[in-house]
Design a protein around this ligand. Structure first.
Ligand code: NAD
Length: 421
C-alpha cells in the first residue's frame, strides 16, 4: 500500500513543503494545522511491520472523517537498529531536533542492546522533551481476555515519568561509593547497621512536589475533560512516607487548587462535571483491579507503581499488544506501542499492530481530531467482532473454542481500514 503523504528518511529527514509544523502556544496548548507534519520512528524488531499498518489505518480514518480537508504528513526519523545501520548512531541528533520542532510524534518499540553500554533510547526520548506523564488508557475491544466480562475494564493509568527509582541513583553492593553512603547514614544520620549491612546495595528513590503536582494536574484535567467519575491516587504511603506518602498528600493539595475547586471532590458522590478523588494503597489496587476493575476510571500513581499497575491492567484485556500509550509533557507528546520489539517474531508478518494503531488514534484525539479516532475504535471492534486477527488474536479465540481467521500484520490493518466508516 503506497500513500503519497509518507516521507521515508533519505539520507536526512524529508520534510515536505505541503505540510506544516504544529505550534505550541504560550499556554502550552497546541495550534494544529489541517496538514500537520507528524514524525514517526518505525522502531526495531516488529517496528517496520506495525508502523505501516498504523499509518494505513490512521490515514484511512482521517480521509474518511475529513474527506481530504485534513491530512497528516508523516516524516520518518531514525532511532535504534536502523539508525545505527544508516548513520552509525542509535539516536541521531537530527531525530531529537525534528521531534522537538514537530511537538507531536509517534514511535514503535526500540530495543536496548544487552551488554552494550549507553543509555536506553526510550529514556533519552522521554527526558529530551520532559515527557513527565505516561498515559495508558486500558479498555477492551472484544479480544480474547483472561477475565470474565472484560468490558468492566476501562481505566486510564497516569504514571509519573520523571521521578522515582528510574533516576538511576544506585550504589552497588560492596562498591567503594556504597560504603561512603552507608557510613554517612550510620555515622551522621543514626541509621542502624541492621538496616544497612555491609553487603547491601542502595537505590535512591527521589520524589518531588513540583514533579508530582504537574503530573496530578494533567491527570485531573484529563479526567474532567473525559467525564470520568472516580480517580484513585495510588501509592504505598504507609511505608514510604517521604516519597509515595508525600506524593499522595501533594495530589490531595492539587485537588484544593482554585482550578479544581468544586470539580474535584474527596468525599461523597460525584455529580455531573465532578470527579471523586480517593486514595488506595498499591497492593489493594492490584487486588481490586482483578476483582472489581469497574471501580476506578483513572489511576494516578508514581513511576515504579505505574509500571506494575499498567502492565496488570493491560493483562486484564489480553496483554500489552492491545493497549496504547502516550508520553506527554507541557504540550510535547510522543505516542508509542506498549510492547517491546518482539525480535522472536520480527519479519514474519505475525505482529499484532493494535497497540501502535490505537496509539495513533490516541494521538488523533490529542490533536483534537476526535472523529477519525472514533472511526478507528469502531473499526477495530468490528474486525475483532468478525474474529479476524494476527496469530495471537486468532489463537486466543481458538482457545475459547471459537473459530477465527488468521491474518498477517498488514492484512489485519487492511481489514480494519475496510471497516472504517
Ligand atoms: P516484548 O514485548 O518484545 O516480547 C514479549 C513477548 O510478547 C514475545 O513473545 C513477543 O513475541 C510478544 N509480543 C510483543 N509484542 C507483540 C505484538 N505486537 N504482537 C504479537 N506478539 C508480541 O518484550 P521483551 O522481549 O521483554 O523486550 C524486547 C526488547 O524490547 C528489549 O530490548 C526491551 O528493552 C524492548 N522494549 C521496548 C519498549 C519500548 O520501546 N517502549 C517497551 C518494552 C520493551
Amino acid at each position: 500500500m503506497k500513500w503519497d503523504n509518507v516521507y521515508p528518511w533519505e539520507g536526512k529527514a524529508n520534510i515536505p513543503q505541503e505540510g506544516q509544523f504544529i505550534k505550541l502556544k504560550e499556554d502550552k496548548s497546541l495550534e494544529v494545522p489541517d496538514n500537520p507534519i507528524i514524525p514517526y520512528i518505525e522502531g526495531d524488531g516488529i517496528g517496520p511491520e506495525i508502523a505501516p499498518a498504523m499509518i494505513h489505518v490512521v490515514n484511512t480514518a482521517v480521509e474518511r472523517a475529513y474527506g481530504g480537508k485534513r491530512k497528516i504528513y508523516w516524516v520518518e526519523l531514525l532511532a535504534g537498529d536502523k539508525a545505527e545501520e544508516k548513520t552509525g548512531k542509535r539516536m541521531p541528533e537530527e531525530t531529537l531536533e525534528v521531534l522537538k520542532t514537530a511537538i507531536v510524534s509517534i514511535k514503535g518499540p526500540l530495543g536496548t542492546p544487552v551488554g552494550k553500554g549507553g543509555k536506553s533510547l526510550n529514556a533519552i526520548l522521554r527526558q529530551s522533551m520532559d515527557f513527565y506523564s505516561a498515559i495508558r488508557p486500558v479498555y477492551w475491544l472484544g479480544q480474547p481476555a483472561p477475565i470474565p466480562n472484560p468490558e468492566r475494564v476501562n481505566v486510564a493509568v497516569f504514571r509519573e515519568n520523571s521521578d522515582d527509582v528510574y533516576m538511576s541513583i544506585e550504589y552497588m553492593p560492596r562498591a567503594e561509593n556504597t560504603q561512603k553512603v552507608r557510613e554517612f547514614f550510620i555515622k551522621e544520620m543514626g541509621v542502624s547497621e541492621y538496616a544497612l549491612p555491609e553487603d547491601c546495595g542502595i537505590t535512591v528513590k527521589p520524589m518531588s512536589e513540583y514533579k508530582t503536582k504537574r503530573h496530578v494536574r494533567k491527570a485531573l484535567r484529563w479526567a474532567l475533560e473525559n467525564n470520568k467519575k472516580v480517580v484513585a491516587v495510588v501509592g504505598k504511603g504507609n511505608i514510604m512516607k517521604a516519597t509515595e506518602g508525600a506524593f499522595i498528600n501533594w495530589a490531595f493539595e492539587v485537588a484544593k487548587e482554585p482550578e479544581f475547586e468544586g470539580r474535584v471532590i474527596t468525599e461523597g458522590e460525584p455529580k455531573e462535571g465532578q470527579v471523586l478523588m480517593v486514595r488506595v494503597i498499591t497492593d489493594q489496587m492490584l487486588m481490586q483491579l482483578v476483582l472489581k476493575p469497574e471501580a476506578y476510571d483513572v489511576i494516578i500513581t508514581q513511576n515504579l507503581n505505574g509500571d506494575y499497575i499498567s502492565d496488570l491492567a493491560s493483562a486484564l484485556v489480553g496483554g500489552p499488544g492491545f493497549v496504547p500509550s502516550g508520553n506527554i509533557g507541557d504540550g510535547y507528546a510522543l505516542f508509542e506501542s506498549t510492547h517491546g520489539t518482539a525480535y522472536d517474531i520480527a519479519g514474519k508478518g505475525m505482529a499484532n499492530p493494535l497497540s501502535l494503531t490505537l496509539s495513533g488514534a490516541m494521538m488523533l484525539e490529542y490533536l483534537g481530531w476526535k472523529e477519525p479516532a472514533e472511526l478507528i475504535y469502531q473499526a477495530v471492534r468490528r474486525a475483532i467482532g468478525d474474529r479476524l486477527g494476527t496469530p495471537d488474536i486468532a489463537n486466543g479465540f481458538r482457545k475459547m473454542g471459537l473459530e477465527a481467521k488468521e491474518l498477517s500484520t498488514f492484512d489485519f490493518a487492511k481489514a480494519i481500514a475496510e471497516r472504517i466508516g
